[in-house]
Design a protein around this ligand. Sequence first.
Ligand code: G6P
Length: 368
Amino acid sequence: ALMDKGNYRHFMAKEIHEQPEVLGHTLSRYIDLGNSRVKVPGAEAVDFSKLNRILISACGTAYLAGLVAKYWFEKYARLPVDIDIASEFRYRETPVAKGEFALFISQSGETADTLASLRYCKENGATIGAVVNVPESTIARESDVVFQTIAGPEIGVASTKAFTCQLAVLAALALHAGRQRGTVSEAQEKDLVAALGSIPGLAVQALKCETSIEALALPLSRVSNALYLGRGTNFPLALEGALKLKELSYIHAEGYAAGELKHGPIALIDENMPVFVIAPHDSIYEKTVSNMQEVAARGGRIVLITDQKGADASGNAAQNTVILPDVPEIAAPIIYALPVQMIAYHTAVFMGTDVDQPRNLAKSVTVE
Ligand code: G6P
């Protein structure tokens, strides 16, 4: 029954819709809602108060989860993060010292480049942590401490529920590190844990924007390029949006930090270029509105993914707006991942591509 699509047309649709449930399972392992505390089994293996940085390495969507985590570790734990794609990391000869902490993120736990990066750090005396979905995998076995995602088997080649569960684990780990380093107070921890606890319910609400996303996907299936923009933790989500769209629908897409628009991608903007802007109404929302105005002034078609406040403050720059529930800042990357996944999914369905097995891609890349 585990390998069953249920009532869904594709595994990917099933896996997208499973997210409220698997996020609930994963969060219940890493937060204690009753006591408003994070609890990270195995985290005793690392003394975050003694670290000067964390190293993170991964591939594909797992790498993008790591990129979100960089913002969290730096903001909440005041701990610098050096993150790199595993295929680069493994050959870069980066200095890694004894006693450092290196974290690897992988759904399968078998990705060749991620494993090679892990072994490099281990040889150099680092403590190895892994966020993995498959507990009996090679990466899990070779790590000092495993932070398991409880996403269940993921069949669709393009990662969805494993990604959001990775984010949930990484958020809890960043808060744990912040608590240990004295940068997250008990009162802040209480609020942040409540915010994480609200994620499964918010995910249910976010899935309700599927009908409006399906309506957007039909015209999208006729374009040949798309751009995704975001700032802060929404920047990695812009990269994830572009990655998912190319993987599933073969439409060329790029993700950019919204502030980088002027340094290149603005040259591409015309009526034929859909621009997805991922922007909850947060502390840097106004900056993103200026970027949207720059796109709108050049005739670009904006699809804004935001909340009600963001929609009200967008000044009519967007042609289409997808409205999500209001979310606490730490929950935003997890909740905003859902519309991003659904955009790619429905576009691919309209185009008739093989959603669960896109051409040339593999679920797990175990050779270089
Ligand atoms: C492949 C998959 C991606 C995945 C990446 C990393 O490219 O198609 O969905 O994000 O590998 O896989 P891992 O198992 O290490 O998370």
